[in-house]
Design a protein around this ligand. Structure first.
Ligand code: AMP
Ligand code: MG
Length: 315
C-alpha cells in the first residue's frame, strides 16, 4: 500500500471517512485514526500496529456535542474536568454508549474519550465529522511517534495516509483517568499531572501496576515505549557506563558526555519528556546497544516520565 503524505487535514479526513487509516499529529504524540463507527476500519488499526485486541482505543472528539454519541453518561466530576482540561491531554473513562462498536473498547463497558487541543488535530477531527478511534501511531511496543517521520518508519506502507505536522509538544501521552470509579482513578499518568487533577476535583487515586489495576486498563500491562537498544535506569549519571555503543539521557550531565555515542542533557522535566521517544529512535538509528536514562523526581510530569522509563526498561 502507498502511504499518502499530506499537510491537508481535509485530505487526511477523507481517508477516514472512506473507512481507511490516517495518522495525525496531536499535542501529545501522533495518533492513528479510524472512524470509530466503522468496525472494519477499527480492526485495521490493530492489524497495522500489531496491537493486542484486549487493549482498548481512545475516542477523539472535537466538540462537546459529540460526547453523547459515545458516552452513556457524564458524571459531574467528568463535567468539572472537561470544563477545566478540555480540550487538552486528558482522557476520561466514561460509561460507554450502546452504539460504540465493541472492538473500540475491547469489549469493556466503558469508553475513553479525549478532546485534543492541537490546531491541526482539531481541523482533522472536524473534517472527519465522526468520533475517531486512535491509539498512538507506532508499531505495538515501540516508542510513541513524536514526528511524522517516526510514523513513516513504523507504519509506512501499512496505512493509507500520514497528516504531516511538526514535532509534538508534550512527548508523553494523555493522562487516562477513570471517572466511573470513586474517587476518580488515574490508570495511566500523562501530560496532565495528578497534582493538577487534585487541585481541580479533590481526591484522585493513582492505580498501581498490580494485577487488579492492569485488568482495569488493559493497555498498561503490555510492554511499551521500548527502543531496540536496552534501556537501563540510573539514579545519577555517574552510574552510566560510557562506551561507543552506549547512550545517555537525563537532567544531569555525565562527567564525559563525549564518551557516549549519543548524549542528551535536558534542561528540565518538560524538555526531557518531549525528547525521550525522539532520542530513543535516534539511538536505534545510530545502532546503540544501551541507553542509560536518569530517573527523575516522581511529582508533576515526572510521574509520567518515570512511568515511560520503567516500561521502556522492562524486558
Ligand atoms: P494508546 O494506545 O497509546 O492510545 O493508549 C491508550 C490507553 O488508554 C491504553 O493504556 C488503554 O488501556 C487505555 N484505555 C482506552 N480505553 C480505555 C477504557 N475504556 N478503559 C480503560 N483504559 C482504557
Ligand atoms: Mg501507545
Amino acid at each position: 500500500m502507498d502511504t499518502h503524505l499530506t499537510t491537508s487535514p481535509d485530505e487526511a479526513a477523507q481517508y477516514v471517512r472512506e473507512g481507511r487509516l490516517a495518522a495525525f499529529p496531536t499535542e501529545t504524540v501522533y495518533g492513528l485514526g479510524a472512524d470509530a463507527f466503522q468496525p472494519s476500519a477499527v480492526q485495521s488499526i490493530f492489524t497495522a500496529k500489531g496491537r493486542p485486541a484486549d487493549n482498548p482505543l481512545i475516542v477523539h472528539l472535537f466538540a462537546r456535542s459529540q460526547l453523547r454519541q459515545v458516552a452513556a453518561a457524564v458524571p459531574p466530576v467528568a463535567e468539572t474536568l472537561l470544563n477545566r482540561f478540555a480540550p487538552g491531554p486528558l482522557t476520561l473513562i466514561l460509561p460507554r454508549a450502546e452504539a460504540v462498536p465493541g472492538i473500540v473498547t475491547a469489549g469493556l463497558g466503558t469508553v475513553g474519550v479525549r478532546f485534543p487541543v492541537h490546531d491541526c488535530a482539531r481541523a482533522f477531527l472536524r473534517a472527519c465529522d465522526t468520533p475517531v478511534a486512535a491509539p498512538s501511531a507506532n508499531r505495538s511496543g515501540r516508542p510513541s511517534p513524536t514526528h511524522w517521520t517516526a510514523v513513516q518508519e513504523d507504519l509506512g506502507g501499512r496505512i493509507a495516509c500520514i497528516l504531516k505536522g511538526g514535532r509534538t509538544e508534550a512527548g508523553v501521552e494523555s493522562t487516562v483517568l477513570d471517572c466511573t470509579a470513586s474517587p476518580p482513578t488515574v490508570l495511566r499518568p500523562g501530560a496532565v499531572s495528578v497534582e493538577q487533577l487534585r487541585a481541580a476535583v479533590g481526591a484522585v487515586d493513582v492505580a498501581d501496576a498490580s494485577e487488579t489495576d492492569a485488568a482495569r486498563s488493559p493497555g498498561t500491562k503490555h510492554r511499551h515505549y521500548a527502543p531496540a537498544a536496552s534501556v537501563r535506569l540510573v539514579q545519577s549519571p555517574a552510574a552510566a557506563e560510557p562506551g561507543s555503543d552506549a547512550a545517555y539521557i537525563g537532567l544531569e550531565a555525565p562527567a564525559r558526555p563525549e564518551a557516549f555515542r549519543r548524549c542528551r542533557v535536558a534542561d528540565d522535566v518538560e524538555a526531557y519528556a518531549r525528547d525521550l521517544f525522539h532520542f530513543f529512535r535516534a539511538c536505534d538509528r545510530a545502532d546503540c546497544s544501551f541507553i542509560y536514562a536518569q530517573v527523575v523526581a516522581g511529582e508533576g510530569l515526572g510521574r509520567a516520565l518515570n512511568d515511560r522509563l520503567q516500561r521502556a526498561a522492562a524486558r
